[in-house]
Design a protein around this ligand. Structure first.
Ligand code: GUN
Ligand code: ZN
Length: 448
């Protein structure tokens, strides 16, 4: 039954009606409705129907007419560091030197709750301005960094997962904690924020080199106490890092085995990068149903390596797209897909637009074990979506006119597109980008 309070949007729509297990299957699962009506009620999708099928039963006055635009599910960013927003584009270093020279000094500032709050607002506005409605986010080692982020995300009613970094070695003293503090502060945050509205908590050991065996044992303890929290970390990103892990943990059978030994693999575990995995590590990711975050702009920017997306399908390992800001160079998932395509080209893999948009939407949701909540327009899903402008510049218009079908249009969008193509972003059935005019001045203001 229609409700007077329903939101009705008329536009073109593109999504995937179910999970895919092969690249070809993404095509079978793709759904394009050229002229459709999306009905939203109390933050959830009620229906997506072709216009001709509802035209006679609908009050046309009540429909927001967005014809000419394409609406897709909100983008899912499976790996990003909010405190690194302010150091994106740092020159000249690869991973380990980049951490020492740029990352750790910036993260040291997040003991200050005021700074963390200002940067949390800025960060969330960047996500929304780029059409990202869900992200799996690193804070810093300071619990106040994550309190600030969750407070801001809660005010927006976003589905966001985040966690406080856990680390007790191989970083500057100001960023280290004891394993006991790490346990206590993480536990406190889980109890405060996990399942608070749409929020979720992720245990966040930074990576093996900054984790002692005692710290990893405490992560394991928390996972056993709170089995439905997520776990996020980095894995096999850079050859020097991989060699370092082998010297730090000689008793383990490679990098992933350090995490696996402490039972940190599993359905809600998301490992960023995975560029230099050995065969048994791929097998372990499969056997434990762990997921990967593919972060092409970061991998290219830090010169870390080329991710083997094809292998994910072959090994049946879930994968989502990650921007990995601030090693990654863009918040924008369209740009990230464009770079993913180029990473594929360097390995003779043709990433189709269909597969690419799957990874950025339902596939990302599946990687985060959230496909029952978000990721497409099935009835009952949470109403997080993006209104895209397909052509916002003379060049895009020219190329758009020269595109023969939706696949070519989507491919051009991921090749030439950026934040200008994000016309609107909706979260829980409410438009949150662009903000209402009175709030726009705040959005444009940089944190001091
Ligand atoms: N490995 C450990 N910490 C980090 C980080 O902050 N960024 C990236 N890209 N890799 C890491
Ligand atoms: Zn990262």
């Amino acid at each position: 039954m229609p409700h007077a309070s329903d939101t009705l949007l008329r536009a073109s729509f593109f999504d995937f009606d179910d999970i895919a297990r092969t690249p070809e299957e993404t095509l079978a699962r793709a759904r394009f409705v050229e002229d459709g009506v999306l009905r939203v009620r109390e933050g959830k999708i009620v229906s997506l129907t072709p216009w001709h099928a509802v035209r006679d039963a609908i009050d046309v006055e009540a429909v927001t007419d967005l014809r000419g635009k394409l609406i897709v599910p909100g983008f899912v960013d499976t790996h990003i560091h909010y405190p690194q927003t302010e150091m994106i584009g740092a020159f000249g270093e690869q991973l380990l030197e980049w951490l020492d020279r740029y990352t750790f000094p910036v993260e040291s500032q997040y003991h200050c709750a005021t700074h963390a709050a200002a940067m949390s607002d800025f960060f969330l506005q960047q996500l929304l301005a780029n059409g990202t409605t869900t992200a799996l986010v690193f804070g810093t080692v300071h619990k106040q960094s994550v309190d600030a982020l969750f407070s801001a995300a809660s005010a927006l009613n976003m589905r966001l997962i985040a966690g406080k970094v856990m680390m007790d070695q191989n970083a500057p003293a100001a960023l280290l904690e004891t394993p006991e503090e790490s346990y206590q502060h993480s536990r406190e945050l889980i109890r405060r924020w996990h399942h608070h509205g749409r929020l979720g908590y992720a245990l966040t050991p930074r990576f093996a080199p900054t984790s002692s065996p005692a710290l990893l044992a405490n992560v394991q303890q928390l996972r056993e106490e709170f089995p439905d929290v997520w776990l996020q970390t980095h894995l096999s990103e850079n050859p020097q890092e991989v060699a370092w892990v082998k010297t730090l943990f000689p008793e383990h059978d490679g990098y992933l085995d350090v995490y696996h030994h402490y039972r940190l693999t599993g359905k809600r575990s998301v490992f960023a990068h995975c560029l230099h995995l050995e065969d048994q590590e791929w097998q372990c990711l499969h056997d434990t149903d762990s997921a990967i975050a593919f972060c092409p702009t970061s991998n290219l920017f830090l010169g870390s390596g080329l991710f083997d997306l094809q292998r994910c399908w072959q090994q049946r390992v879930r994968v989502g797209m990650g921007t990995d800001v601030g090693a990654g160079t863009s918040f924008n998932l369209l740009e990230t897909l464009g770079e993913a395509y180029k990473v594929g080209q360097l390995q003779q893999y043709k990433l189709s637009a269909c597969e690419a948009f799957y990874h950025a939407t339902l596939g990302g949701a599946h990687a985060l074990d959230l496909a029952d909540n978000i990721g497409n327009f099935n009835p009952g899903k949470e109403a997080d979506f993006v209104v895209l402008d397909l052509a916002v510049s003379p060049l895009q218009q020219l190329r758009h006119q020269n595109s023969k079908d939706v696949w070519e249009r989507l491919f051009v969008l991921m090749t030439l597109g950026d934040d200008r193509n994000i016309a609107q972003t909706w979260v829980s059935g409410q438009r949150v980008w662009p903000r209402a005019p009175s709030a726009c001045c705040t959005a444009a203001k940089l944190p001091g």
